[in-house]
Design a protein around this ligand. Structure first.
Ligand code: HEC
Length: 131
C-alpha cells in the first residue's frame, strides 16, 4: 500500500513538472491564492539590501543585471530569462511567489527557508531597479 502511495506521488510530481515545463508562460492568473495580491511591504530603500542578496545568491545564474547571462546560467536549459523584462509584465506577488517556491522543470529552486520573507521582498525590490 505504501508503495502504491509512493508511485502515485511520483507520478503526480512528474505530471506537475510536465505542466511547468510545458512552455505555457505563467500568467498572473496562475499565482497560488496564498500569494496572489501580495505587495511589497518594504520601501524602495530595501533594494540596497536586496542587491547584496542578489549578488550572493542569484548572479551566478541570472547575471549582474539579471539578463540571464550569469556564468552558471548560460549552460542551463531553459536558461534564466531576462528578469527586468519579466518584472515589467508581472506584479510583486508573482516575483515573491516564484522566488519563494521556484519554478518546476527549471533549475530555479525555491528560496523560502534559505532566505527569510523579508530578504525575498528585498530581492524583489532590487529586481524592480534592474533595467
Ligand atoms: C542555479 C541557477 C539559478 C539560481 C542560483 C537562481 N535562479 Fe532564478 N531562475 C533560474 C532559471 C533556470 C529560471 C527559469 C527560467 C526563467 O524563467 O527565468 C529561473 C527563474 C527565476 C524567476 C522567474 C522567472 C519566470 O519566468 O517566472 C525569478 C523571479 C528568479 N529566477 C529569481 C531568482 C532570484 C531572486 C534568485 C536568487 C535568490 C535566483 N533566481 C537564483 C536559475 C537560477
Amino acid at each position: 500500500m505504501k508503495k502504491m502511495l509512493l508511485a502515485v506521488l511520483v507520478l503526480a510530481t512528474f505530471a506537475l513538472a510536465a505542466c511547468g515545463a510545458g512552455g505555457a508562460v505563467a500568467t498572473e492568473a496562475s499565482i497560488p491564492a496564498e500569494f496572489a495580491g501580495q505587495t511589497n511591504p518594504l520601501g524602495a530603500d530595501a533594494a540596497a539590501s536586496g542587491a547584496e542578496i542578489f549578488k550572493n545568491n542569484c548572479v551566478a545564474c541570472h547575471g549582474e543585471q539579471g539578463h540571464g547571462d550569469g556564468p552558471a546560467g548560460i549552460a542551463l536549459s531553459p536558461r534564466p530569462k531576462n528578469l527586468p523584462d519579466l518584472a515589467n509584465t508581472v506584479g510583486d506577488d508573482y516575483l515573491f511567489w516564484r522566488i519563494s517556491k521556484g519554478k518546476s522543470g527549471t533549475s530555479m529552486v525555491g528560496w523560502e527557508g534559505a532566505l527569510t520573507d523579508e530578504q525575498i521582498w528585498q530581492v524583489v525590490a532590487f529586481i524592480r531597479t534592474l533595467k
